[in-house]
Design a protein around this ligand. Structure first.
Ligand SMILES: [Ca+2]
Length: 400
């Protein structure tokens, strides 16, 4: 037996070499056994190979004449062991490959999830910033209203002032703030007749306590009580029935006096309506109607209007006419259309027919020239068409 180096994965392992003496023994038999020994040691380990070789060695002594056959048997056994090991290695490799694939897929999924969460986080940050801005703006508005309420209580009949968008509360200076309760008038024409010639916000004793309106003392003889005004889009007009009923906005700026207040005013005497319009090119025009009256809520604030004159064209009493129509809002459909004109067109309130040629409470779209979304904006069809949203409009009434 001879020891010689045998290398397995860089580790030096002693190699056992057998010299088998027999009558039929030959050098080639010894060499073959030695090669197998080395390969086998490499594959299944040094100890196991030595056990097998020792067995072969003993067999060769017990049956010296069978030495060559024994070597062949060992060689066959080694080959089968190699094949088994190879198969096991192949199976293990396959299993490991599957595991690697599974882990790779898991990593991909996790990376995708991380990307998704990052995007969500970014969106939440934007929403949070917007919410903070809105809250800040809201707080500022409430502070202004609080100050206004404080100061409004110094003018005649302010009690009952609400903190909603009702036009009875305003941040604009009240023109009649120096008068006492005995000087209250029923409308702006009465103020004009009493010598008040300054345009501004006045309280009206014909309306619920605290309600104020803007009096135009300059246009066409003055004494006009403004019931609606749009001029900068600062006040949204997509409002509910209840909001249109009570009124909203700022009498010193954009506002709707309220259907109930318009009803009270126009049922105390005969009124005429003046509609003033301005486009984005600076052109101005107007329409007047010699009769203007609004029924009570039980009749849906129905409009009674007639007697057109003016330069704007008749977009209210031509067909389809607003005359005789009840008021409709986004949450109450009283129009003559099979659907809801308010829901379809800008969510504002109006005396829609099917749906009609006028819509002064439409969305404030700004200057989109003749390419505004059709029938969505502030419209007077007979002047600038249904795809032009006007820059400023106002509706004002005066006893006829
Ligand atoms: Ca309808």
């Amino acid at each position: 037996m001879n020891l010689a180096p045998c290398h397995v994965s860089g580790t030096q392992i002693p190699q056992t070499r057998f010299y088998i003496s027999s009558s039929a023994g030959s050098r080639s038999t010894n060499v073959h056994t030695s090669v197998v020994c080395c390969s086998f040691s490499q594959l299944i380990g040094f100890k196991m190979a030595n056990v097998l070789l020792l067995a072969a060695f003993l067999l060769s002594f017990s049956s010296p004449t069978k030495a060559q056959d024994t070597s062949i048997v060992i060689s066959t056994a080694n080959t089968e062991a190699l094949e088994r090991q190879l198969a096991e290695n192949k199976e293990e490799t396959g299993r490991l490959k599957n595991e690697v694939d599974r882990l790779s897929s898991l990593v991909e999924t996790l990376l995708s999830r991380v990307d998704s969460l990052s995007a969500e986080l970014s969106g939440e940050r934007v929403r949070s910033a917007q919410l903070e801005q809105n809250l800040t703006r809201r707080v500022q508005e409430l502070e202004v209203r609080l100050q206004t309420r404080c100061c409004s209580e110094m003018v005649p009949s302010p009690q009952g002032a609400e903190t909603t968008a009702n036009p009875r509360v305003t941040s604009t200076a009240v023109a009649g703030s120096s008068r006492d309760a005995q000087e209250l008038k029923s409308d702006c024409a009465a103020y004009k007749a009493s010598g008040q010639t300054t345009s501004g916000v006045y309280p009206l004793d014909s309306l619920p306590s605290g309600v104020q309106a803007y009096c135009d003392m300059d246009t066409a003889g003055g004494g006009w009580t403004v019931v609606q005004r749009r001029q900068d889009g600062s006040v949204p007009f997509n409002r509910t029935w209840e909001e249109y009923k009570l009124g909203f906005g700022d009498p010193g700026g954009e506002y709707w006096l309220g259907n109930e207040n318009i009803h009270l005013l126009t049922n105390q005497k005969e009124y005429l309506l003046r509609v003033e319009l301005q486009d984005w090119e600076g052109n101005q025009t107007f329409a007047e109607y010699s009769t203007f009256r609004v029924s009570g809520e039980s009749d849906g604030y129905r409009l009674h209007i007639s007697g057109y004159s003016g330069t704007a064209g008749d977009s209210m009493t031509g067909r389809p006419s607003n005359n005789g129509q009840r008021f409709s809002t986004v949450d109450r459909d009283n129009d003559a259309s099979s659907g809801s004109c308010s829901q379809r067109y800008g969510q504002g309130g109006w005396w829609f027919n099917k749906c009609g040629y006028s819509y002064l409470n439409g969305r404030y779209l700004g200057n989109c020239e003749n390419s505004c979304p059709a029938v969505q904006g502030v419209l007077w069809h007979h002047w600038r068409g249904g795809s032009y949203s006007l820059k400023s409009v106002s509706m004002k009434i005066r006893a006829s």
